[in-house]
Design a protein around this ligand. Structure first.
Ligand SMILES: Cc1ncc(COP(=O)(O)O)c(C=O)c1O
Ligand SMILES: Nc1c(O)cccc1C(=O)C[C@H](N)C(=O)O
Length: 414
């Protein structure tokens, strides 16, 4: 086959996949850029696209509860918004029953609150387990907490091809382990950790498990209650399309809530916020994990996306995500491997989230060039190109256009 024949055959394949996609129509619910054309948006795992309904929702929010009801809206609806939206997110996306999820803070702040609360609750234990491949904020926060509390960090050095395995975790656990913090889907490789097996191992050692779900929420099936997870945190601006800097979510298993004291005592997490009390008494239940005034305005886009995910169903979302990463991996083998590109994500779809990473020494330059062509993946040093495939907004044709552009750019630079 000539290169042109190959491109034609792949275009037919992409069109067939799009034609058979039961979620294809959902793409229309996202706003199309009306500035410079975007040929392929492959970075929904850093910043999801806005929903068309988001602009309308924000305008209605401004005119309605904010503009009309003013301060009264706090009593009428906003005070409960962090838990109401948390419950809905729990139901649709996290596999979590009500009363265990809040929307608040940033992921970094929530990780700090949860890891410190877990450490402080484990008297006589002073070790925190985390892995070297984890996202910088997770590692930095654990280092900060260790310095602040005199705790010791036990570092897991995972094989970058496989990610953190239950055996890695077991080897790091000891009678001194207080808490373990891991990412469920690795931000670089996309590897999906075995949450059930790891959580069980951590519990057998008498420690608490905190999962970072940033790259999982809205892309893979989550069963936090069934897995017996203690605490979990995640971003809402990736596959939950909450917008730049939208708040994090946090999950705390019900029977653990009143045993934990989170470290940032604020009035909104106190038992009686408007009592203006002299001393801090934490609220009971999940509300105690709130600190200050909840970011109600910034929760609005997320609320719309959770309903869209409910309409699509997380099972169908995951099924499409698997097909998208499968297609990207086939394209990488056919079009990029001959140019020296290395596939750096799990080959088994069951072990892969919704992005893949490919490596090549020239990918930094390639990325700059791709952005100019309207093809938008992201670059992760030292030489990884990450293709994030957002199940409800990415088409198979878009994946093909993106990978072909990577090939063409590499060929031009060579
Ligand atoms: C695994 C992981 N944790 C945390 C974060 C970010 O936290 P924050 O929203 O506080 O910047 C990200 C992405 O930015 C991430 O990929
Ligand atoms: N959170 C981000 C931001 O504020 C600006 C740009 C990118 C991001 C990201 O989400 C990075 C992302 N979590 C990653 O996995 O690399």
């Amino acid at each position: 086959m000539t290169p042109l024949d190959t491109d034609h055959a792949l275009a037919v394949e992409a069109a067939e996949l799009d034609g058979a996609d039961p979620l294809a129509e959902f793409r229309l619910r996202f706003l199309e850029p009306d500035g410079e054309p975007v040929v392929a948006y492959l970075d929904g795992n850093s910043l999801g696209r806005p929903l068309v309904a988001t602009a309308e929702r924000l305008a209605e929010f401004t005119a309605g509860p904010w503009g009309n009801r003013l301060i009264r809206a706090w009593d009428e609806q906003w005070m409960d918004e962090p838990t109401r939206l948390g419950d809905r997110l729990g139901e649709v996306v996290l596999g979590a029953g009500p009363g265990q999820t809040i929307v608040a803070d940033s992921t970094s702040v929530m990780i700090y609150k949860f890891v410190r609360a877990a450490l402080d609750a484990q008297s006589g234990r002073n070790e925190i387990v985390i892995d070297r491949e984890n996202f910088p904020t997770d590692r930095f926060i654990v280092e900060g907490i260790a310095a602040e509390r005199g705790a010791t960090i036990r570092w897991i050095e995972p094989d970058s091809a496989t990610g953190v395995t239950p055996a890695d975790v077991e080897a790091a656990l000891s009678p001194r382990t207080a808490v373990v913090l891991l990412s469920h889907v690795a931000y670089r490789s996309g590897f999906v950790a075995d949450a059930q097996a790891i959580t069980d191992a951590v519990h057998r050692a008498g420690a608490l498990m905190v999962w970072d779900l940033c790259h999982s929420a809205g892309s893979v099936r989550l069963e936090l209650d069934a897995w017996g997870v203690d605490l979990a945190v995640g971003c809402t601006y990736k596959y939950l399309n909450g917008g730049p800097g939208s708040p994090a979510f946090g999950y705390v298993r019900r029977d653990l809530q009143d045993r934990l004291i989170q470290p940032i005592w604020g009035w909104m997490g106190a038992a009686d916020p408007f009592g203006m009390t002299a001393a801090y008494t934490p609220a009971s239940g999940i509300r105690r994990f709130i600190t200050g005034t909840p970011p109600i305005l910034a929760m609005q886009p997320l609320a719309g996306m959770v309903e869209l995910l409910a309409e699509a169903g997380m099972e169908a979302v995951r099924a499409k995500s698997v097909l998208l990463t499968e297609f990207a991996s086939t394209l990488s083998d056919r079009l990029l491997a001959p140019l020296g590109v290395e596939f750096a994500s799990p080959r088994d779809a069951a072990q892969r989230g919704s992005h893949i990473t490919i490596n090549h020494p020239r990918f930094r330059e390639v990325t700059a060039n791709l952005w100019e062509r309207g093809v938008i993946p992201d670059f992760r040093p030292p030489h990884g190109l990450r293709l994030g495939l957002s199940p409800l907004s990415t088409s198979f044709a878009e994946v093909l256009a993106g990978v072909e552009a990577v090939r063409d750019t590499l060929a031009e630079l060579a």
